[in-house]
Every structure is written in C-alpha cells, then in structure tokens.
Design a protein around this ligand. Structure first.
Ligand code: ZN
Length: 511
C-alpha cells in the first residue's frame, strides 16, 4: 500500500542525443537558477530555443518562481515545464530551493497531463548544492505521495507512473528510490488519522512493510516493562483499539557489523494532552505526534531497501495514545522509569519524553550487550518550542561523546536540504529538572507549555539523559526534535508529512 513511483537515471546527454528512454518521457521539467538561458547548455537545440523564445516574450519569466508549461516541439512529450528558482547567489540560499522548485514543477507537469516526466536539475556550482540532483529527484518522487486515507478510498489524484532524472547514475537512482520507500512509510504513519493509525495498527503496518525485507519485527503488546510508557497509556487502555505497544525493528546487514545505531521514535498516535488537556483549539493536528516513530520506521525501511552494509540499525517505536479518562495519569505522580529513575510528573502533556526515556533505557541495555560501536538517537515531535525558537528546522542536541557524529550529520543535513539548528545542553537544563524533594530523582517538566518556557526544547534533553540512565555513561546520544519539520506548517490540521530527516540519516549511515 506504500506509494512509490519508479525512478530511473538518464545520462547527461540524453536530451542532446535522444534514446528510446528519452522518447518514453512525456514532459521535461527544467529546474534551474536565473538566468535560465545560461543553464540550457548540453540540453539540445530544442530546449534552448524554447527557453530563449520564452525569455524574449516575457521579461518577468523568472521573477515569479512559479512553474510554467511551454509548448516545446522536439522536446519529449512536446512540453517543457520551467521551474525557476531565482539566482541563488545569496549567502542564505540552499538546496531546499531545488527541492521546492522540483516538487512544484513536477506537480505542474502531472497537472498538465504528463505521467512520465523527465527532471533536469541545474544548480550553482557550490558545495552546498553538491546533492542538488538527488534532492531534486527525491522532491519529485515525494510530490507524488497522497494520503493513505485517499488511496484506501480510491480517491487519490492521478500520479506519475515514473520519474526519469537527467545525470543521475543508475545506482544512485536505486538509492533515491529506496529512500523514498522509507519516506512513504514515514508519511503514511505520520500523516494518517488517529483511528486508522492507532498504536497497534501502526504495528500492523510495520509488519506488512517489513515482510520479506529481512528486518526482524517484534511487537510488545504488554508494556509493563516500560513503566513510563505504561503510565502515559493508562487512560487509553480502557478502549481496546487504543491500547499501546512497543515495536522493535532490527536490521542486521550481511557480513560484518562495524557499528550499531539505536533509534527511539516517539509515536503518540493522538495527543489530547492527557488531563492537562490541550484547549483553545490546540488539539487539532495532534494525530501527527507520531512523526518520530514514522521517521525511525522509515529510516529502517530505507536501510533495508538499500541493503546497507556494516551497520546494524535498531528502531524502537513507542506507540501510545495520550488519552484522557478516569484512568489518566496525573501530575505529581512519581513513577520509576525502566532505568530505575524516580520521575515526578510535572505535566501530562509532556508525555513524549516519558516514552523516549523508557525506549532509550532499552537502547542502552542493547548497546551494552555486545553491540559494535553503538550510538543512540531519539527522534520526536517533542516540543512546540523548537518551532518557536528555530522555525522549520530540526533542533539537534547531543552529549559530549556524540559531538563529532553530530558535526558530521549536521553537514550532511545541510547538503540534503534538511538543515538543522544546533543547540547545546547547559547547566540550567539540568537545574530545571532537578528533584525538589527526596521523593524523586528528576522532574519531567514544568507546568507551562514549552513555547512559554525558556529553553523549552533544550531542557528535555537533560530529562532524557537522566531518566534513561544514560547520564554519567559513555554512550554517544543525539536527540533530534522534529516538532518544526515533521510536517509542513501550511495547515493547522493536515500539514503534509515531510519524511525529514530520513535522507540525511541515510547519508549518515552510508558515509
Ligand atoms: Zn503532549
């Protein structure tokens, strides 16, 4: 049921010297910086002539950055879709412009009636655009995803049959297609409404998605061994179809395992806030609070499709509905985490960190049971503060042991169009969650919403560090708060899921 369009690479000269593969395409989508006429070299006389004629006729051709369809005799399908990006000469320009133009241009080609477009990406010659073709290819593929509910109701709009990309080597095309398989799974988990994607239905979707991939899927429907997860799910358990589970996805490569990546994903299938109820319209859209679990599942799926070598990947999904009811957990409760740390609940809407803390404790146990060169990640739509602080960027924070790894991931994320904002854990973060009495070891949160709290997305790192039992150890740990990027912010309720940071993490695992 996962939707993915096929992707093929074509050689750089395929438009100048057409082949059967070029002839099978029915539109050309040209993504290029201004002035586009300067970027048509090597694309054959037909493309050059059409672009020059259009630029002569329309002085504002490139200033609007909206794709246009031009009749183009001699071009595959007889149509050229121009997707301008502006000059891209500013310091702050980055490869996201390529993704945006490719997605818009590709969607415009499909609207125009094409079903097998050929994507041509031209970008400035600078390191930050070094992955422009791959990023464009992923954006074109991603633009064809439609919500699972629409596909299951057979109401999905027409999509492309295939995507051809000029200058993308075949092996690279297979990699991009594998990443998109993972992203599509992530979008289906993240974007689907809360009944269709209730906790155990996410588990079923994983079982189906990982069948015949060699990935071991273990679904734990009894969460008694995860006391914090158990507490968050207490009110949901009176409704059978809302009951929680923990999913373990274990990808083991062929041959030698040189390193082990363990990832915890927050999968809150619906977040009412619990008894600290979300009010004033802040609840709508909260079926998308499972984006961390979606990203982790998607990453493991991409790794399996790629057949990644040398690295074992363990994805842990905490799938819980934060319901409200007579069994609800409440603030003031003290719960001993899986790691044995006494956690005082500060606010029931700060449930994501509780789920992650138990998953990270399991990840720590797995790391200490003979794992080769382990590193831990948590991925979550954890706070609103991360968006308040940074806008549409991943908030990345790590312990000292993981600093060189996050340095590397940061550069890759920039090249793959998923830029991160780095923050550091500070002493104030640890002071913020410090115990107030001898009854507890750590406090989960304050009473206020994270957006109204100084260091509202930084201090939860301190909580995770303590409650998971990682603090004082040597394991490298990186926390990625994707609360600002898991879905596009265009709509208060729907917000199309992005699949961030699957491409960056895949690049991190392959390099
Ligand atoms: Zn919450």
């Amino acid at each position: 049921m996962v939707h993915v369009t096929s992707l093929a690479g074509l050689p750089l000269n395929a438009l100048a010297e057409p082949t059967a593969a070029t002839a099978a395409c029915d539109a050309v989508v040209l993504v290029a910086p201004s002035p586009i006429v300067k970027h048509v070299g090597g694309l054959g006389p037909s493309v050059g002539a059409v672009v020059e004629a259009a630029a002569r006729a329309d002085g504002a051709l490139e200033s609007r950055c909206a794709p246009i369809v031009l009749p183009a005799p001699g071009v595959p399908g007889g149509r050229l879709v121009l997707a301008p990006m502006g000059a891209l000469t500013e310091d702050v320009d980055d490869v996201r412009s390529v993704a945006e133009a490719a997605a818009a241009g590709f969607a415009r080609a499909i609207d125009a009636g094409a079903s097998r477009p050929l994507l041509v990406v031209r970008a400035p010659d600078a390191p930050r655009f070094s992955r422009a073709i791959e990023v464009g290819a992923l954006a074109a593929l991603g633009s064809q995803w439609t919500p699972l509910e629409a596909r299951e109701a057979e109401m999905a709009p027409r999509t492309a049959e295939s995507v051809a990309v000029l200058g993308l080597p075949e092996a690279r095309a297979r990699e991009m297609a594998a990443i998109e398989v993972g992203r599509a799974l992530c979008r289906d988990i993240t974007g689907t409404e809360p009944e269709r994607m209730a906790p155990r239905r996410v588990a079923e979707m994983c079982e189906a998605a990982f069948a015949r991939t060699g990935v071991l899927v273990k679904v734990e429907r009894n969460v008694d061994d995860y006391p914090l997860i158990s507490a968050v799910s207490r009110a949901s358990r009176v409704v059978e179809r809302h009951r929680p589970c923990v999913v373990r996805l274990d990808y083991r490569p062929r041959g030698e395992i040189r390193r082990t990546v363990l990832l915890a994903g927050k999968g809150v299938t619906y977040d009412t806030g619990g008894v600290d109820l979300k009010t004033d319209g802040h609840m709508a859209g909260m079926s998308r609070d499972k984006g961390g679990a979606g990203a982790v599942a998607g990453l493991v799926r991409a790794a399996a499709a790629l057949g990644l070598e040398g690295v074992r990947i363990v994805g842990l999904l905490g799938l819980v509905r934060n319901s409200v009811g007579e069994e609800s957990y409440v603030s003031d409760e003290i719960i001993r985490s899986r790691a044995g740390v006494r956690v005082r609940i500060g606010n029931t809407d700060a449930e994501g960190r509780l789920i992650l803390a138990d998953l990270l404790a399991l990840a720590r146990e797995l790391a200490h049971s003979g794992a080769a060169d382990p590193i831990l990640f948590s991925v979550a739509t954890l706070t609103g503060h991360v968006y308040r602080a940074h806008g549409p960027y991943t908030g990345a924070i790590c312990n000292a042991a993981a600093q060189p790894e996050l340095d590397r991931l940061d550069v890759l994320a920039e090249h793959w169009g998923e830029p991160m904002e780095r923050v550091r854990p500070r002493r104030e973060d640890y002071a913020f969650v410090a115990p107030r009495s001898s009854a507890e070891d750590v406090v989960s949160s304050n009473r206020l919403a994270s957006v109204n709290t100084p260091r509202g997305h930084q201090y939860p790192f301190a909580f995770l560090d303590i409650a998971s039992g990682l603090k004082g150890g040597t394991l490298p740990f990186i926390h990625l708060d994707i609360g600002g990027v898991s879905v596009e912010a265009a709509d208060w309720q729907f917000g199309r899921p992005t699949g961030v940071p699957i491409p960056s993490l895949t690049a991190y695992l392959t390099t």
